[in-house]
Every structure is written in C-alpha cells, then in structure tokens.
Ligand binder design. Structure first.
Ligand code: 13P
Length: 252
C-alpha cells in the first residue's frame, strides 16, 4: 500500500536556532501520534541538515534535502552532492521544485540527470512539477505536466520507481494563498497516475505516492487529502509553524 506523506519544504527559511527549535517541537508533537503508514518529512536548508538530523534522531520525523548537484564531486563551487547528503544519513532529496526551475534554470534534461545521480546514491527522489497560470488558462496544463514527467523522470526503469515520490505543485498555487480545488487536484493526480500506469503498469502506478503542493493549510488539507489519488502534501509556508504543520499532519 502506498504511503501517505506530509512533507514540509522550508525553502530558504529558518536559521540554525530556528531549525533546531522547529524540529524539536515537531518531534515532541509526533511522538503522541500513531502514524500508521504515514511519513512526516521536513526539508531544512543544506547548512541546517546535520543539526536537524541530530534533533530528529529516534523520532518519526524524516529529514530530507531541498536539492542536490548531479555530479558526485569536483569543481562546482557552492554545490552539494548526493554522496554528501547520504553521508549525513539522509535518505531522500527533493528535485525539480518550480523555484529551482524558474530561478535557477533547471530544465527537464538537467533534472533527469539529477534524478539519476540521486538514485545512484540510494536517495529517494521527491520529484516536483506543475504548470504555470498561463498553461492552465490556455488549458495546456495536462500537456505541460505530461512533458515534465516524460522528460524528467520517465526514463527510469520500473524497478527504480520504488524510490520515487511525485509532487504536483501548480505554480499559480505556490505561496499565493490560491489553492487548486480538491477536484482540480484529484483530476490532475488521476491523470498523473494514469500516465504512470500507461508507462509502467498498474502495479507501479498504484504504489507511487503523489503529493499535492500549493497553499495547503490546516483549513483546506482535509478536503484535499480526502481525494483518492492525493496521497499527501508538500507544504511551504504552513510548514514553518509547528502547529499549522501538525494541523496538516493530523488532517492526513
Ligand atoms: P506554499 O505551501 O507556501 O504554497 O508552498 C508550496 C511549495 O512550494 C512546497 O514545495
């Protein structure tokens, strides 16, 4: 049975003290929950990964990275490799976030190479994609999402998919307060699962967790998570506050 997942992407927020404090709060909050088949994930900035891993040790909180470089080492000033992440004890990495695509020029081909590098380093990939507002207005959103999947991650063989989580994040819903309706999310998630099924078969499609991201809050999480193809959320702003994030965890 595929996992349910609530993942907090902290983006470029929280210094060392704030990261430790937030992980500490979440650790004590989740300790009272029975997390049946549900994963709770946080993605701090690179510099706060090690302290977050230490703060989360022994708890159900998983710490993951927000990005990585595709090379394993070398003259890439300012970059972080997959083997560096695994050396901290990390097991997963987010790739393809729309902010990486928009502000740092990460295209499908680059992301495909990052996906390969992550898997080679035994890192699970949380692969993000989603259309922009004009794509939805012009009713091109299914084409855009299909293309991002085909060019970024559908080169993998079926066996690799046990280490893949998909995260559909419509760009127009990120940080805007405007959420896709639960029906819009379900419609797209069903489309995505169907594409996976056409390419890899029903078993792979049935096992892959597909998260929704974009202005998820405690107030709207229950309705979005009630949809059959929505397996959880990738949370930005609301993940920076322990009680909001826990409200979303409780919703799932
Ligand atoms: P918000 O929840 O702030 O809209 O951000 C979503 C997101 O980008 C998570 O990766």
């Amino acid at each position: 049975m595929r996992s349910k997942i609530v993942a907090g992407n902290w983006k470029m927020n929280n210094d060392l003290a704030a990261s430790k404090a937030l992980v500490g709060e979440l650790v004590s909050e989740v300790s009272g929950l029975s997390l049946d088949n549900t994963r709770v994930i946080v993605a701090p900035t690179f510099v706060n990964l090690e302290s977050s891993v230490a703060a989360a040790e022994g708890s159900a909180i998983e710490v993951v990275a927000q990005n990585m470089h595709q090379a394993d080492s070398g003259a890439y000033t300012g970059e972080i490799s997959g083997s560096m992440l695994t050396s901290l004890g990390l097991k997963s990495v987010i790739l393809g976030h729309s902010e990486r695509r928009a502000y740092f020029g990460e295209d499908d081909a680059l992301l495909a190479s990052k996906v390969d590098a992550a898997l080679k380093n035994n890192l699970e990939v949380i692969f993000c994609f989603g259309e922009e507002l004009e794509d939805r207005k012009s009713e091109n959103h299914f084409n855009i999402v299909g293309g991002q999947l085909k060019n970024g991650i559908f080169h993998l063989d079926a066996a690799a998919w046990k280490n893949v989580v998909l995260a559909y994040e419509p760009v127009w819903a990120i940080g805007t307060g405007e959420t896709a309706s639960a029906d819009q999310a379900q419609e797209m998630h069903a489309f995505i699962r169907n594409l996976v099924s056409e390419t890899y078969g029903a078993e792979v499609a049935d096992e892959v967790s597909i998260l929704y991201g974009g202005s998820v809050k405690p107030e709207n999480a229950t309705e979005i998570f009630s949809k059959p193809d929505v397996d959880g959320g990738l949370i930005g702003g609301a993940a920076l506050n322990a009680s909001d994030f826990m409200g979303i965890v409780t919703a799932i």
